[in-house]
Design a protein around this ligand. Sequence first.
Ligand code: PMV
Length: 333
Amino acid sequence: MKHESRIMGKATAVAPSNIAFIKYWGTKDEVLRLPANGSLSMNLSNLLTTTTVEFNHDFKEDLVIINGKKETLKNNRALKHLARIKKLAKIKTKAKVVSKNNFPSGTGLSSSASGFAALTVAASAAAGLELSEKELSILARLGSGSACRSIPDGFVQWLDSDTHDTSYAKSIYPPGFWDIVDVVAVMSTNKKEVSSSEGHKLAASSAFFETRLELIDEKIKRVKEALQTKNFRLFGEIIEGEALELHAIYITSYPSLIYLLPGTIRMMHAVKKWRLAGLPVYFTLNTGQDIHLICEKKNAKKVARLAEKIEGVQKTIINNPAIGARLVKKHLF
Ligand code: PMV
C-alpha cells in the first residue's frame, strides 16, 4: 500500500530584510524585545529569506535547516520561535523548517529580520493560525526585534511602546512612495563577533545612551518630515548622523563594540567625497561591517559602480523599497 503522507499543514513565506533609518538599539524589556525607542525603516527588495514550514504527524522531532545547515542547539532562536508558534496554535505536531537567504547572513545585513519574519508568516499559516498583520508583527518581534518591521509593506515605523500587545510595526508609506534605493556594499562575509542580541544589552553602558534617548523623538519627527516632503538631502543628513550616533554608542559601550572594518571607513570617506563632487549619496550602517549607500534611483547604478572600486568591497546589491513578508505558493521541499 502506498504510504500516505500525514501532512497537517504546509506553507512558504518570503520576507525582506529591512534597513533602519532610525535605529532600534537597546531594550526596555530584553525578553519581550521591547525597544528603548521607536524606529523607522524601509524593506529591501533584494535581501530575501524564503522559508517553508511543514507540520506532519509522521515527523519524530522538530527539524530546522537554515542555508543547508541543521540547527541542533536546544536554545536555538529559530527552534524556540517555532515552539512559541506551536504553543499559540495549541499543537504538538512536529515540524520541518527549511530556510534560505539569497544573501550572506550574520554580517550586518539583518538576516534575522527577514529570517524571523518569514518563519513567523510561514509557521503560523502552516499551523492554521489566522493572524492579522499587527499580530504577525508582534509575534515576529519576539524572534528578533527588527523582524517586526519586515512584516508590513514599504516604509515602516515601529512605534515606541511599553507593552507586548502595543509594540508592533506598521506601514507609513507603500514601496512606490519614493524612488530611493539602498546600494548595499558587502565588505566581508565573515560573521560578526558580537551579535546584535548581545549588543543590545550593552547599550545602556554607554554614557551617551541617555542623551540619545532624550533626543530621539525629535529626530524621528524630523526624519518623517523629510520623508513626507521627499527632501532627499535633509533625509540623508539625518540618517547618516543617526548611523554615526549608533556606532558612537557601540564604541563607547563597555566592553566596546567595534564593527567597522578598514574598507567600511574607506567607503565613509568616499561617500563624503562623492557628495562634494555633486553626487547625492549618504551612508547608513548596522551591527556589522557592511555599508548601506542610500541614493535616488536615478543614481543607483553610478553609486554601485563607484562603490565596487573601493578596496575591500566584495560586491554590491541594489535594493528598491519592497513589500513586506508574504505567503507564496512554491515550497522549498
Ligand atoms: O533585531 P536585532 O536584534 O537584530 O537588532 C537590530 C539592530 C540594528 O540593525 C542595528 C538596528 C535596527 O533597527 O535594525
